[in-house]
Design a protein around this ligand. Structure first.
Ligand code: FAD
Length: 288
């Protein structure tokens, strides 16, 4: 039984964890088969597995989580979202995880898919706090939640967003942040939570901006701000795809170095199922 939040809280050295997507096509399934063993060699503290908005990857997420649990040395954390779900559906999903021995979940509200303008119904539970409560009532889960260093785009202001996050973290065990590019935003979040009486681990989520198109989509969806200096560095590479990739990795490494130097408990890399980028970040940080 591995409770990821406890492992992170007790770790004397920075943790290194990764996020994976369940594959949606034969080509992406093949890519994952190549990526998974490479990531396993890095001995990440855990890997989280995303859940497609509205349940679009329900079985695929479940199968990948259970497979990683049974067939690899990596501890999986299953993402689960409330959007577009009835409570009974969420109960079934959580009970299946209990039966499979999966005890780490990331409880989320959910967002529309990256590729479209799909409107998602809110779901019976409405927000992530209610999903945390439901999971607690069903089993002995270690529960992680999402945090938004710049505030969630739906919040009327940052103060209210922090209060909502503090309430969520009173019930949950740990948070992982949305991606961001300014280290001060992360430390302001941690300080604000401490003022509200919360000192549970908050892992910074790191996304290497290796593609302008993907970054633009992610920004549109998450509301995250990208500083001009980041855009300038990326656009400075013109149409050179490889140059953009290596600048993106450099940006992620610089941010991670600053976060770890200033006391972040670890880093959580949004791998987008790209092994090479993740390995480069890992090696440059000397985490091995
Ligand atoms: P919530 O905590 O529910 O908050 C959403 C908004 O509602 C906030 O503005 C909050 O302040 C407000 N709020 C919360 N509770 C209340 C309340 N009681 N009363 C009034 N207002 C309230 N999306 C996916 O679809 N699949 C994924 O796998 C996925 N993985 C993610 C992983 C991480 C680490 C992160 C940071 C995000 C991920 N997301 C994923 C995106 C996430 O679903 C979105 O950011 C979503 O818009 C908000 O999710 P949340 O869990 O933070 O929502």
């Amino acid at each position: 039984m591995v409770k990821i939040a406890e492992v992170v809280a007790r770790s004397v050295k920075p943790t290194f964890s990764v996020e994976l997507w369940p594959p949606r096509s034969p080509a992406s399934a093949m890519k994952l088969e190549q990526t998974l063993p490479i990531l396993e060699e890095l001995h990440p503290t855990f890997t989280s597995i995303t859940y497609g908005a509205g349940g679009s990857t329900r079985e695929k997420t479940h199968d990948l989580v259970v497979r990683i649990k049974r067939e690899t040395s990596i501890e999986p954390m299953a993402h689960l979202t409330t959007a577009a779900h009835r409570k009974t559906e969420l109960v079934l999903i959580l009970e299946r995880y209990i039966a499979a021995g999966v005890e780490n979940i990331l409880a989320l509200r959910g967002d529309p898919p990256l590729s479209g303008d799909v409107e998602l119904p809110p779901g019976e539970l409405g927000n992530a706090i209610e999903l945390v409560k439901l999971a607690r009532s069903l089993g002995d889960f270690s529960i992680t939640v999402a945090a938004h260093p710049e505030g969630h785009p739906d919040s009327p202001n940052l103060e209210i967003d922090r209060i909502m996050l503090a309430r969520k973290l009173e019930l949950a065990d740990m948070a992982i942040t949305q991606f961001f590019f300014v280290a001060d935003d992360y430390f302001r979040l941690v300080d604000d939570l401490e003022k509200l009486g919360i000192s549970k681990p908050v892992l910074p989520g790191i996304m290497a901006p290796t593609s302008l198109k993907t970054l633009e989509k992610m920004v549109q969806l998450s509301g995250a701000k990208v500083p001009n200096r980041v855009w300038q560095r990326l656009y400075g590479a013109g149409d050179d795809v490889e140059a953009i990739k290596s600048i993106g990795v450099e940006i992620a490494i610089e941010l991670s170095e600053e976060l770890l130097k200033r006391g972040a408990p670890g880093i959580h890399v949004y791998t987008m199922n790209e092994a090479a980028t993740t390995v480069e970040i890992y090696r440059s940080l000397g985490l091995g």
